[in-house]
Design a protein around this ligand. Structure first.
Ligand code: PLP
Length: 415
């Protein structure tokens, strides 16, 4: 996938006069178009629902935009539930897929009428003891050694999430006996996966389990949730998952494993984050230093505190030097931030055009798990988030942090 930008250097210079770098910029038109692409891929499925994974981009303006397109919210903490609520998302448009869940979080989910997706069999008792069981309940399945994992999430056997196969088979009869009436089945075993077959296999695994629960335990599952984890082409040589084909392949499996076996119809759900906003967010930063020692370094005004993925996972993020798109990439740089951590590098040994201080660098594919993973180590401040509207105007959807924000939890008067 060729990396193209929805803005020019002139536009960024104009924006930077009002909002200093670094900042995140999200492309509203492209996010909406992408949301529609996903919905149309699953248009065959009655009442298909995508619950956007709030943790990927926890900004209420983005949540509201996606809600307008018909998405719900997948939450896994109390603040995420509150953000969904603020964005106007309530009731069964929220799915709580949390783990090691504190009681306050379950309480808020019950109050909002959210669908609760339990991560463990012991949470049945936990809910009953502290609160109450809702009429609708879902469980997260961890297939263990029955499935191989992928690089980011690891082997299902080693993952802390979900119930075992045996626990799944016993959990539903337990909650049914306790008065629950509507049942869901969830799994999520991949992250940033580009192989379409992997998701088809996951769907088939879940459809088969739905059949088994029906035939062996007399349990009727009403909705299934295949989680998130659809990857994006971070590297120019990668291709995105063909959503239309994914929808068609899952349809074929559904017809064979659900309709073909005369099982009751299922509502199909996803909770993707990365593939929804990821490719349509950009971290814009400015080169402030050039350093030549054993290697060549370009120091920028963003750091790993603004974007953790390269430092934490060694993740590749494409970089464009604005206004130099057509120059040869004949220099080799490490592009670095200012943390006192040597992993604070956005790129290592990257071939780029010659960079001068003052150049704007755009770090691609940062619309998910980007700003969200920001932190304050070394006293670094989180940047602003901006929305590029379809009419070309720009809206501030989160201001940059200030030093006062950073110190807000300190009381200097008692020193
Ligand atoms: C992180 C997460 C998601 C979203 O994953 P993406 O890779 O952003 O699609 C969905 N569901 C759960 C339970 C998650 O933890």
């Amino acid at each position: 996938m060729q990396k193209v930008l929805p803005f020019t250097k002139e536009k960024i210079i104009e924006i930077a006069q009002e909002y200093p770098t670094p900042f995140y910029l999200y492309d509203e038109a492209a996010i909406r178009q992408n949301a529609r692409r996903l919905l149309s891929a699953f248009a065959w499925a009655d009442s298909f629902k995508e619950y956007f994974a709030v943790k990927a981009a926890p900004n209420p303006y983005l949540l509201k935009m996606l809600h307008e397109e018909g998405f719900g919210a997948d939450c896994s903490s109390l603040p995420e539930l509150l953000l969904a609520q603020k964005a106007g998302i309530i009731g069964e448009d929220i799915m709580l897929t949390s783990n090691n869940t504190p009681v306050e979080e379950f309480a808020k989910a019950l109050e909002l009428g959210a669908i609760i997706n339990l991560d463990d069999i012991s949470h049945i008792d936990f809910l009953e003891t502290h609160l109450h069981l809702p009429k609708t309940i879902s469980f997260r399945y961890n297939p263990g050694s029955l499935r191989e994992g992928n690089a980011i999430i690891g082997k299902p056997e080693e993952a802390k999430y979900g119930l075992t196969k045996e626990q799944i088979m016993t959990a539903y009869p337990i909650v049914k006996a306790k008065g629950c009436e509507t049942f869901g089945l969830h799994t999520m075993i991949a992250s940033n996966e580009l192989n379409l077959d992997y998701f088809v296999e996951t769907a088939e695994m879940i459809f088969e389990l739905v059949g088994q629960l029906h035939d062996e335990m007399g349990i009727t599952i009403s909705f299934v949730n295949f989680g998130g984890g659809i990857g994006i082409p971070y590297r120019p040589e990668q291709e995105p998952v063909d959503l239309a084909l994914l929808g068609q392949r899952i349809k074929v499996s559904y017809e064979r494993l659900i309709l073909g076996k005369h099982l009751p119809p299922l509502k199909i759900c996803l909770e993707c984050g990365r593939m929804i906003t990821g490719p349509y967010g950009y971290l814009v930063t400015k080169a402030i230093h050039y350093k030549n020692i054993y290697k060549n370094y370009i120091g920028v005004d963003a750091s790993m505190a603004n974007l953790m993925r390269p430092g934490m996972y060694g993740a590749y993020h494409h970089i464009t030097v604005l206004g130099k798109e057509h120059l040869p990439c004949d220099k080799t740089y490490d592009v670095v931030g200012s943390l006192c951590e040597n992993c604070d590098k956005f790129a290592i040994d990257r071939q780029l055009p010659a960079i001068e201080t003052g150049d704007y660098l755009v770090i691609h594919d940062t619309g998910a798990h980007g700003h969200a993973m920001g932190f304050n180590y070394n006293g670094k401040l989180r940047s602003a988030e901006l929305l590029l509207k379809p009419d070309g105007s720009v809206a501030l959807i989160r201001r940059a942090e200030t030093i006062d924000d950073l110190f807000a939890t300190l009381d200097f008067n008692n020193l």
